[in-house]
Design a protein around this ligand. Structure first.
Ligand code: SF4
Ligand code: SF4
Length: 369
């Protein structure tokens, strides 16, 4: 039976929730609202539910839990909100309260248990370096592969390693465990995440790295934005697109029309918009064209915030909308293995013939060795 919960994490954002004027500007951008159509599935609806849970006016029944977990945490509503409400912070605090009251979704529970037991949400038993046939060693540059590139979209990890090798970089894979993003998005207690952060930082430091590059936008955001809130990060953190854009790379030509999808983790959450575009602009003969929604207005791929694992049909519907928008291009390029996976799922529901590739997959064959 649904019950009222103790919402201790939401207490600190009571004032923020009260500043919502219910103007509805958030409704015009929420990718999930497009797929569900109910007011409870946009920012203002989620804020009302969270506020109701905090005041014990609204019990945490299944519909409330679903609405709190159907947010991709894409942050697009924050861009539109005239009151400057940090919606993602409110949603993630509500999730922490649901988890603390034993209301974690069963699909998420599996991911959490697997991450805590095996170091990755996929339940894989072999470490990242061994999976890729790499050996970690002392080097000035580290490559943090990320679970999705290591275990599901391996061609992204292989392309990254190949590019770094072609450029003659002295690098090592970090041989990490999950960066903790999955746990943080779901609402797991900070203590467990902090321990993961400490272990990952120590792994990199023990290899003597001065800089770590990331091919996953989610892992990058964790190290750039979230880790420093909890632990000391004594090395430079860069997304691979930033790292490569700053290199004098010679690329072979590619006679294709290309467009670019900004991952929410890299774009709105981390402010990286130019580096991938700078790199794409250097491909001879490639014709680049923006989608209607680009940079900070980019549509979400629908995969983030635990939505893909718990609500796959909704996630695919959101992804198909983004793929439709790219139908004019030959290749839809992005910079996150999770976006790549989800956009490919969305393509199955779309009539768009566009090919979907990660930036490193696109440029690896073009990099002069
Ligand atoms: S845009 Fe902001 S103030 Fe307006 S309804 Fe949405 S959350 Fe509330
Ligand atoms: S963060 Fe994205 S999915 Fe969540 S309420 Fe805002 S616009 Fe909707």
């Amino acid at each position: 039976m649904a019950s009222y919960i103790d919402a201790n994490h939401l207490k600190d954002v009571r004032h923020a929730m009260m500043t919502c004027t219910y103007c509805g500007f958030c409704k015009s951008v929420c990718p999930v609202y497009e797929g569900i159509g109910w007011d409870s599935s946009v920012a203002r609806g989620r804020i009302i539910l969270a506020y109701g849970m905090l005041n014990k006016d609204i019990p945490a029944d299944q519909s409330v839990v679903d609405n709190i977990y159907q947010c991709t945490t894409c942050k697009d509503c924050e861009r539109r909100c005239p009151s400057g409400i940090e919606v993602v912070e409110i949603v993630e605090r509500a999730r922490r309260d649901l988890v603390a009251n034993d209301l974690m979704l069963p699909k998420h529970r599996k991911l959490v248990e697997s991450t805590l037991e095996h170091g990755n949400p996929y339940g894989e038993r072999v470490g990242v370096a061994a999976t890729l046939g790499e050996k970690k060693h002392s080097a000035s540059l580290g490559y943090f592969v990320g679970c999705t590139s290591a275990y599901r979209n391996r061609s992204i990890a292989e392309a990254t390693i190949s590019i770094l090798s072609k450029l003659g970089e002295d690098f090592t894979v970090v041989d990490e465990e999950c960066c903790g993003s999955v746990l943080q998005r779901i609402g797991v207690d900070d203590g467990a995440i902090e321990e993961i952060m400490e272990r990952n930082v120590r792994s990199a430091v023990d290899l003597g790295v001065e800089e770590v590059v990331f091919s996953c936008a989610g892992c990058y955001r964790m190290f750039k934005e979230e880790y420093p809130k909890f632990v000391d990060v004594p090395f430079k953190v860069r997304h691979i697109s930033e790292f490569l854009a700053d290199k004098d790379i010679k690329l072979k030509s590619l006679d294709k029309k290309i467009t670019y999808h900004d991952p929410c983790h890299l774009g709105r959450h981390s402010g990286i918009y130019d580096a991938p575009r700078r790199l794409l602009s250097r491909i001879p003969e490639a014709r680049f064209q923006e989608m209607q929604h680009n940079r900070d207005t980019a549509l979400c791929c629908g995969g983030g915030g635990g939505v893909r694992s718990a609500y796959p049909d909704l996630s695919a519907k959101v992804a198909a909308r983004r793929v439709d928008e790219a139908a004019f291009a030959d290749v839809l390029v992005t910079t996150c293995p999770f976006c790549v996976s989800n956009l490919r799922v969305g393509k199955e529901k779309s009539s768009s013939p566009v090919e979907i590739k990660d930036l490193v997959e696109l440029i690896e064959p073009l990099v002069e060795g």
